[in-house]
Design a protein around this ligand. Structure first.
Ligand code: AR6
Length: 285
């Protein structure tokens, strides 16, 4: 039941440095974003239970009623206690693609932002993407307007609502980057993506380096091509285990997934780095 202080949530900069994020291989004609130390120092990635994060605001994957539910919504309401539901009852629900903010009650964070992601529809991909982006943007605006300097997102819509993880991570990271580049961007000191299940871990490990390239001087040189890597069903080959620091998962969620072990040591400086597999860089969207 360990609470994770915001300062202990690994940043993209740290994950590149520890070689737990793999720099992207540039596509021949693709435009590569300019690396930004400031962004890489402010984007966090952690795998585990969002209710354990001691950030200013966590973002719940809610539904339009805002009265609790399953998945991360259930976990947040259980950990917050009955005061949260009581406050949610006063909010009169929330539209899909938007978000509302409440207190956090017994949670270690200060605020809960309840975002209503879309139920994914492959027939209406564009509308789904707009609604999902709206959740991220509204949540960031609410955080900034409520003096929250750190915010952690669950992978909105990727559970019960069925949004494919790679597509959802692309939308989420783009919305966050757009916000950080905007006029209120510097109000947020840390924006964290909190993953929970392997498909989302893979998606964020794939997409974060493509939006937030490494600033490490020799980031590319240590990675070697390995033949015969497996491919994940819906995306690039999964990277090796322990990509991002983990926090404890609630017992009820651990039954159908095998989680990698928590990394316990940094790679040693002297010895040769283990051979790692480059991710498959094919565009998946
Ligand atoms: N911490 C972090 N992430 C979690 C946790 C947790 N404790 N538990 C689950 N996740 P979902 P949705 C991840 O289904 O798809 C509810 O009933 C999970 O692995 O919670 O937006 C609501 O009331 C997945 O990656 O939300 C709505 O009715 C992500 O959280 C509906 O589900 C979101 O999965 C919303 O569906």
């Amino acid at each position: 039941m360990t609470i994770v202080p915001v300062s202990e949530i690994p940043t993209v900069s740290l994950l590149f440095h520890l070689k737990k994020l793999v720099p992207a291989t540039p596509e021949p004609d693709a435009e590569v974003p300019k690396p930004s130390q400031s962004f890489n120092d402010r984007i966090g990635l952690i795998r585990g239970d969002i209710t354990k994060l001691e950030v200013d605001a966590i973002v719940n994957a809610a539904n339009e009623l805002l009265l609790g539910g399953g998945g991360v919504d259930g976990a947040i309401h259980r950990a917050a206690g009955p005061g949260l539901l009581k406050e949610c009852r006063t909010l009169d629900g929330c539209d899909t693609g938007s978000a509302k903010i409440t207190g956090a009650y017994d949670l270690p964070c200060k605020k809960v932002i309840h975002a209503v992601g879309p139920v994914y529809s492959s027939r209406y991909k564009k509308a789904s993407a707009e609604d999902l982006a709206g959740c991220y943007t509204t949540s960031l605006q609410l955080a900034a307007a409520n003096a929250c300097k750190s915010i952690a997102f669950s992978a909105l819509s990727t559970g019960i609502y069925g949004y494919p993880s790679h597509d959802a991570a692309h939308v989420a990271i783009k919305a966050v980057k757009d916000f950080l580049e905007g006029e209120d961007g510097d109000k947020l000191e840390k924006v964290v993506f909190c993953t929970f299940v392997p498909k989302d871990v893979d998606a964020y490990n794939y997409w974060l380096p493509r939006f937030f390239p490494s600033t490490e001087p020799e980031a590319e040189s240590d990675w070697e091509e390995v033949e015969g890597g497996e491919s994940a069903e819906n995306g690039p080959a999964p990277v090796e285990e322990g990509e991002a620091m983990e926090v404890e998962k609630p017992a009820e969620e651990t039954t159908d997934v095998t989680l990698p072990d928590v990394p316990t040591a940094e790679p040693t400086d002297g010895g040769p780095s283990p051979k790692k597999q480059k991710p498959n860089d094919e565009e998946k969207l």
